[in-house]
Design a protein around this ligand. Structure first.
Ligand code: NAD
Length: 321
């Protein structure tokens, strides 16, 4: 069995390798060669923690396994990240444990890659202004991954507490892009692509904020009750997702579905666009929306890629198990 510790992962994988793994697994999901198993997430009644696992099998890449972990709010005080996760991969031929891989950086990379893949396949090619809503841990990863997909000229951003935007401003500077902290109205009026990555439980972006032709990558809503968009905006947009079952239950589309203004059959898997089975955006005026709910197969895809890279570079720890 191979162990790839969290500390060696930053030197092994970046946005480019993660993007390739995520685009491929979304395509496999849409062609029904890869599927996710039901998600388990529980408040365990100890340390205020939320714990669970996401799992699945990709028959194309032979990635079988799960990501296990969750949220421990007391970790920051102990000098640890609140979100903790580990990926376990199993041999699809024998069921033996193949690898254990640190899942913290991989979670941020695979989430950013999902948004980036949606931008590459759904946003207007002439997109120039990138809007980011949110400035937490994931936001910087989102900015780096998405900025690569179009010839962006500027980044505009909004956060509930604007002082936290300093970190994003530094990333934009690093990328050589001008950065502005703006109101939501101003962000919507300027942006061609908007990424939302907050933990909000109420709408932030409203239909009147967003102009025709915008692509929205909605990445924050991954739990029942969370919400970043006004359902009227979701209804106005052409909706794409990683997985329809998650989109309608724990993703951004859950609210428009509950309101009866959207049907599950209105939502298209991004993989169908990647495979050429759906046209994706059909006009420069269309608002497209990607509901990135985060599926277990994304975790397995990047973990599989990292195991291959660790073996290639000789940093995988092998144990007899
Ligand atoms: P974080 O705690 O580091 O940052 C949270 C962000 O949300 C901050 O910008 C904060 O200002 C903002 N926020 C919180 N409550 C808000 C509110 N009521 N209104 C407006 N803004 C609010 O979190 P993070 O690690 O950056 O994660 C952000 C979100 O992304 C979380 O909801 C997390 O669960 C989700 N997430 C999704 C995926 C996925 O695959 N879709 C993967 C990882 C994380």
């Amino acid at each position: 069995m191979i162990i790839v510790p969290e500390k060696v992962i930053p030197a092994l994988i970046g946005h480019e390798e993660s993007y390739a793994a995520i685009e491929k697994v979304f395509a496999s999901m849409a062609s029904r060669k890869a599927y996710n198993f039901p998600v388990i997430r529980e408040a365990i009644g100890y340390a205020d923690a939320l714990y669970g696992f996401k799992s699945g099998f990709d028959r194309d890449a032979l990635n079988l396994g799960l990501k296990s972990g969750g949220y421990w709010p007391g970790n920051a005080a102990k000098g640890l990240t609140n979100h903790q996760s580990t990926v376990f991969l199993f041999d699809a031929d024998t069921g033996k444990c193949r690898a254990v891989v640190g899942g913290n950086l991989l979670t941020a990379l695979r989430t950013a890659s999902a948004a980036a893949v949606s931008v590459a396949h759904l946003s207007r090619k002439d997109s120039e202004v990138l809007g980011i809503v949110g400035a937490g841990h994931q936001a910087a990863f989102q900015l780096r991954a998405v900025a690569d997909q179009r010839d962006f000229r500027k980044v505009v951003a909004w956060n509930r507490t604007p002082e936290k935007l300093e970190g994003l401003a530094k990333v934009a500077k690093d990328l050589g892009l001008p950065f502005e902290s703006v109101s939501l109205e101003n962000l919507g009026a300027q942006s061609d692509v908007i990424v939302t990555i907050t933990s909000s439980f109420a709408p932030i972006l409203l239909a009147e904020h967003v102009r025709p032709g915008t692509h929205l990558a909605c990445m924050g809503t991954d739990t029942k009750g969370k919400q970043e968009l006004d359902p009227a905006l979701v209804t106005k947009a052409t909706c794409f997702t990683d997985e329809v079952a998650q989109s309608i239950t724990i993703g951004e589309c859950q609210h428009a579905i509950a309101a009866g203004s959207l049907a599950d059959t209105d939502i298209v898997e991004l993989g169908a666009v990647i495979n050429g089975d759906h046209a994706g955006r059909t006009s420069d005026e269309e608002i497209t929306m990607f509901d990135g709910t985060g599926v277990g197969l994304q975790d397995l895809a990047v973990a599989g890629a990292v195991v291959a890279l660790a073996v290639e570079k000789g940093v995988a720890v092998e144990v007899d198990f």
